[in-house]
Design a protein around this ligand. Structure first.
Ligand SMILES: Cc1ncc(COP(=O)(O)O)c(C=O)c1O
Length: 392
């Protein structure tokens, strides 16, 4: 019988995972594979980093329904985190808890009033495209391509009339380009103008060169804005499996998310919330921010040198845990993956980050996103040997 549901394919990253499974008979990320297509961090302690819990204690009370608003300890931990590190002045009423970063992003887009036109960069985080398509959202593309070296500027945004709503990963997945300091402040100010708003997806906040920056440093009175700052336990706290994310926004907007939670989500798992609150304790968070920045910064540098030496033209910024670049010799990313599959390795083809989704006609067809997020220091030499062999 025909399905009663509207058909839609999985998000692009999963497409690569399924191709990998077909070619190798293995799930990418399992022992012996080289998961350079995947966006997860190490879930084991990194050099200089804090311990990562492997057990958690909770009581019978925690097995009751969680509050739709989010649990007190996590709401307070998130409030304290932003107020301490970025000098904001939010309260727990400015925070909504979701089961990861993506649900927070999707929900924001789902409830955005239709007159707000989404402004999104041409090269961005894969599922933004799926979300915009599924939700039928009108959007305009901000150029981010080889011609501007994937570094759009504020003036690219200013050309679009209000009402508009910026959706942006910062640091950017896949490019690593990061808006910080005065440039970030200017973009935040732009999103604070009458008739404008913006979602800053800060999943990679800890993965910056130098002290992490955040839109939260520049929001001022968030209750007077339509700013949404999204983050999660997924990357910097090294715990994607907890499935905890959050959105910081005006009290008025957060109340809507809480109403939504009561209708369609029923809150988020208590054990996960308790664990995340512990991960965010200020001393621990400070240590994690420093260690993640240093460790992944050094990984970015050494893989950057190796990829350049192998002939890649890199465009990587100084954030995130990906390298973003063009393959040598006119090779396409799909061809390169076919070669890598033989070594149980894979990259993410650049076309999956193309918000125009032009497929093989895309200027990104020979671009790859190489993830060093899940890689231990020790795998460097064998990783480079595989890359070299696949380039032939
Ligand atoms: C830019 C960006 N935002 C958000 C996320 C959040 O992921 P999750 O829904 O797994 O918390 C990711 C993970 O890949 C990401 O790369």
């Amino acid at each position: 019988m025909d399905s009663a549901l509207i058909h839609f394919p999985p998000m692009g990253v999963y497409e690569t995972l399924f191709k990998f499974l077909d070619a190798t008979g293995k799930y990418m990320g399992t022992e012996g594979t080289h998961p350079w297509a995947q966006g997860f961090p190490l879930t084991t302690p990194i050099p200089g980093g804090p311990d990562i819990p492997t057990s958690i204690s909770f009581t019978h009370t925690d097995l009751k329904y969680p509050p739709a608003t989010g649990g007190k300890e996590l709401l307070e931990a998130i409030r304290d985190y932003y107020n301490h590190f970025y000098g904001s002045s939010i309260t727990t009423d400015n925070v909504a808890i979701f089961a990861g970063g993506r649900p927070g992003i999707y929900t924001t887009l789902a409830f955005l009033k239709p007159e707000f036109r989404v402004l999104i960069e041409e090269t961005e985080y894969t599922p933004y495209w799926d979300a915009l398509k599924l939700l039928g959202r009108d959007h305009a593309i901000i150029p981010s391509n080889p011609y501007n070296r994937f570094r759009p500027s504020l003036s690219d945004y200013q050309g679009f009339a209000a009402p508009s709503f910026v959706v942006k990963s910062n640091p950017c997945n896949p490019t690593g380009v990061t808006w910080r300091g005065e440039t970030l402040k200017q973009l935040v100010d732009f999103c604070k103008e009458e008739g404008r708003g913006g979602l800053f997806d800060e999943a990679y906040e800890f993965f910056q060169t130098g002290e992490p920056d955040s839109a939260m440093r520049y929001v001022g009175d968030i209750d007077k804005t339509n700013l949404f700052v999204v983050s999660a336990a997924t990357k910097g706290l090294q715990a994607p499996g907890l499935r905890v994310g959050w959105v910081v926004a005006s009290k008025q907007n957060i109340e809507l998310f809480r109403n939504f939670s009561s209708i369609a989500m029923g809150g988020v798992a208590r054990p996960s919330q308790i664990c995340t609150a512990g991960l965010l304790q200020l001393q621990r968070a400070k240590q994690a921010r420093e260690a993640i920045g240093a460790f992944y910064g050094s990984q970015r540098a050494r893989y950057g040198e190796a990829l350049t030496e192998l002939g890649f033209e890199l465009f990587t910024g100084d954030g995130g845990f990906y390298h973003w670049g063009r393959l040598p010799g006119g090779l396409t990313a799909d061809e390169f993956n076919e070669r890598l599959f033989k070594h149980e390795a894979a990259i993410l083809p650049g076309t999956l980050c193309d918000m125009f989704r032009r497929g093989s006609a895309s200027p990104l067809a020979s671009f790859v996103r190489f993830s060093f997020g899940p890689l231990k220091q020790e795998s460097f030499d064998s990783d480079v040997a595989i890359l070299r062999a696949a380039l032939g």
